[in-house]
Design a protein around this ligand. Structure first.
Ligand code: OAD
Ligand code: ZN
Length: 321
């Protein structure tokens, strides 16, 4: 983790320096969706990295975390938690796992279908343009949409497997499903009787090794970064936006504008963030839109409307569901 942070800081330093002193090569003719589409169509954009969050799954009926009113963190009052984040805090979970397992019933994979945004990500891969998809989501909808395992980094873990919090014995999704929906409610290890927890990354836990290993290579190679449906508030995931080359264009598709660093954070070298509004912006593009509509708009402009329609149609989905 320290290595990664050191790299993020070093990259920012380079970025700030280059922004001020060097005229950075402009890749986009214009900082608009049309500019991004033209770049993709030019054939020069070969390695697209996508970063996603809970916003791409709200269309499937899964709440995000921080949207006022509808977000999960505004709807946990019945659990009487010291703070909403305690729901996913490893220290709190060790003391009191009940709230998490109550919620897990509602969020358990299997009850939801991928959205047009997920289908668009699969389409990017089909077109040979997806270098990697970094997701913060634990709903497994990227897999269900057909994005191959090797293209996926589940940065905040997954429900797919579970481990005992004391002896580390591994359990399957099926085992966990039986326990959560059966009588036991809080699943206990068959070996040592401690609580078994799905391999979701809680606050206070380290992200998977795969995240750090692949981020190191992928963000150097990335020649377009697309960010969809995330508030970019949780580190170290959010900091990845600053690790692409200073010339790499970045497109945010989100209902709300986010990812911009404060002046203070910039001065402290904590990430230069996205820059949509300054007159110096030469690479950041904002599509302020529902992400399903935004992905559809992008697909239309790229001439992929029919392909996306096929993936979204029930007959196109059947092999994956
Ligand atoms: P957030 O809830 O923080 O952010 C979701 C973002 O998506 C917000 O900016 C919304 O405006 C936007 N959004 C929601 N629905 C949308 C839609 N249909 N179209 C476009 N935009 C939409 O969720 P994340 O950024 O994913 O971590 O949260 C990051 C992490 O915080 C989660 O992985 C989770 C949480 O604590 C852990 O639990 C470890
Ligand atoms: Zn155990």
């Amino acid at each position: 983790m320290m290595d990664k942070l050191t790299k993020i800081f070093a990259t920012n330093f380079k970025f700030n320096e280059s922004e001020e002193k060097v005229n950075v090569e402009k890749v986009l003719d214009e900082t608009t969706v049309d500019g991004v589409v033209k770049y993709i169509k030019s054939g020069k954009c070969k390695n697209i990295v996508v970063m996603v969050g809970a916003g791409i799954s709200t269309g499937a009926g899964i709440p995000d975390f921080r949207s006022p009113g509808s977000g999960l963190y505004d709807n946990l009052s019945k659990y009487k938690l010291p703070s909403p984040e305690c729901m996913f805090d490893i220290g709190f979970f060790r003391e009191n796992p009940d709230p998490f397992f109550d919620l897990a019933k509602q969020l358990f994979p299997g009850s939801f279908n991928p959205t047009p945004s997920h289908r668009f990500l699969k389409l990017l891969n089909d077109k040979g343009l997806l270098l990697r998809l970094y997701t913060q989501n634990i709903d497994t909808l990227e897999r269900i949409a057909g994005v191959p395992d090797e293209k996926l980094v589940e940065a905040h873990g997954t429900f797919h497997t579970s481990h005992c919090i004391d002896c580390n014995k591994q359990y399957t999704l099926e085992w966990m499903r039986e326990k959560i929906f059966g009588d036991s409610f809080v699943p206990k290890c068959e070996k040592c009787k401690a609580t078994v927890k799905p391999d979701i990354v809680f606050f206070g836990e380290r992200l998977p090794q795969r995240f750090f290993m692949l981020a190191e290579e992928d963000f150097d190679k990335c020649d377009l970064l697309i960010i969809i449906g995330t508030s970019l508030t949780v580190q170290p995931f959010a900091g990845l936006i600053d690790t692409v080359s200073p010339k790499t264009p970045r497109l945010l598709i989100n209902k709300t504008k986010c990812g911009q660093s404060s002046q203070l954070a910039r001065l402290l070298g904590m990430g230069s963030g996205l820059d949509f509004d300054s007159e110096n912006n030469y690479r950041d593009v904002l599509l302020l839109e529902d992400c399903d509509k935004g992905c559809q708009q992008l697909a239309d402009a790229l001439g992929w409307a029919q392909d996306l329609k096929l993936l979204c149609a029930p007959e196109g989905r059947r092999e994956w569901l």
